[in-house]
Ligand binder design. Structure first.
Ligand SMILES: [Zn+2]
Ligand SMILES: [Zn+2]
Length: 368
């Protein structure tokens, strides 16, 4: 009986026609065979998202419900934990391009994702976006342009995040500030004469305030990847979470999935900090006036739930002068950003060119 329970994370997907690997086709709800073109519909999930109750997971992290084993490869160079589909050809770390050794694979528990945001743009499109971005960069080293030519360097990654929901209740005390203006006389010297003039100055009248606020905090998004060098830029890390789908491992086929390296407990602490910011904003709105000070805030969260979710991003890793650079393309929106190296020689030669042009102009001006 137990032998039959199929695992959600590691179901094999192969083509019914030719046996080749099926991969998820971005922007669709289909798996596609890269050899014969056969497509297979991903059956829509009956379940809605699984919001998990937080307390049992925090109290006993070993909690086995909703977690299962997955094959992971650990990058010894940068520390990323990644799950790669069995048929994946090039085993290189998505972050640092270090080769990964299949023999190093090991089984590990992970809390099953509650939802996944499937890739909407495919690798070719992401690569085109990346290439266009590189072409538009000034003073980029030639090696960078070369890296941009090789599509092998752009890889699709499902990056792990935690989201938290909670009912928030907070008591606060503080001060309400209302602006008023006073006329202040001042003297100055005009044409050698001392004159008295008036100017308006803003003052704030403070009155004590206190009260309580409450509301629902929905989908606080907290990154679950510890990556220091591969931090997804803010500009790229904006997804429309309305498009989340209930988790189905079919969406992962052909992509790399990173396992969370920031544990739930730590993620929850971050979410609490964000909740505090939200509560403070609510308190300020509640106080009213032109400006506010919150001196004490007592916050309580209840009915806390969380989800482990996977969000799509294309990464291109590139090494220049011993330094590592990552470039990112949002797998849903196609927004691109990244760190970039500057070519010393290109800048040097450019400055030299400018100096030469100025010199030539000066010489002509003198002779003319
Ligand atoms: Zn096929
Ligand atoms: Zn790595």
């Amino acid at each position: 009986m137990q032998e039959n329970t199929s695992k959600k994370s590691e179901l094999k997907k192969s083509c019914v026609n030719c046996g080749a690997e099926l991969t998820y086709a971005p922007g669709t709800t289909e798996l596609k065979c890269n050899y014969c073109g056969h497509t297979q519909q991903i059956s829509p999930s009956e379940d809605s998202f699984k919001e998990l109750e937080l307390a049992p997971y925090l109290n006993q992290m070993g909690s086995q419900s909703h977690s299962e084993e997955i094959t992971m490869l650990h990058c010894k160079n940068c520390g990323a934990n990644q799950h790669i589909e069995e048929n994946y050809k090039s085993l290189h770390c998505v972050y640092c391009s270090m080769p990964l050794i299949i023999e190093d694979a090991y089984k590990e528990d992970w809390i099953l994702p509650g939802a996944v945001l499937p890739f909407q743009i495919d690798q070719a499109k992401a690569h085109a976006v990346f290439k266009k971005w590189v072409d538009g960069l000034w003073f980029a080293p030639n090696n960078l342009k070369k890296a941009a030519i090789d599509p092998q360097n752009t890889k699709g990654l499902y990056s792990p995040f935690w989201t938290f929901d909670a009912q928030l209740y907070a008591n606060y005390t503080g001060q309400r500030g209302d602006y008023y203006y006073v006329t202040v006389p001042y003297t100055s010297t005009v044409n050698g004469k001392r004159v008295t003039q008036n100017r308006q100055e803003r003052r704030t009248r403070w009155t004590p305030a206190s009260g309580s606020v409450n509301g629902f905090v929905d989908d606080t998004l907290i990154k679950a990847s510890k990556q220091k060098t591969g931090v997804i830029p803010k500009k790229v890390a904006l997804w429309n979470l309305q498009a989340l789908q209930p988790f189905d491992s079919s969406f992962l086929a052909g992509f790399v999935t990173e396992k969370y390296t920031i544990p739930l407990k730590e993620g929850h602490l971050e979410a609490n900090k964000e909740a505090k910011v939200i509560a403070t904003n609510w308190a300020c709105r509640d106080i009213g006036g032109d400006t506010q000070q919150v001196s004490s805030l007592n916050m309580r969260l209840s009915d806390e739930t969380f989800k482990h979710i996977l969000l799509p991003v294309y990464i291109s890793a590139y090494s220049f002068n011993g330094k590592r650079y990552n470039f990112f393309v949002n797998g849903q929106t196609g927004i691109v950003s990244g760190q970039r190296p500057y070519s010393f020689w290109k800048i040097f030669l450019f400055i030299l060119l400018i100096i030469t042009i100025i010199s030539v102009i000066l010489i002509f001006a003198q002779n003319g």
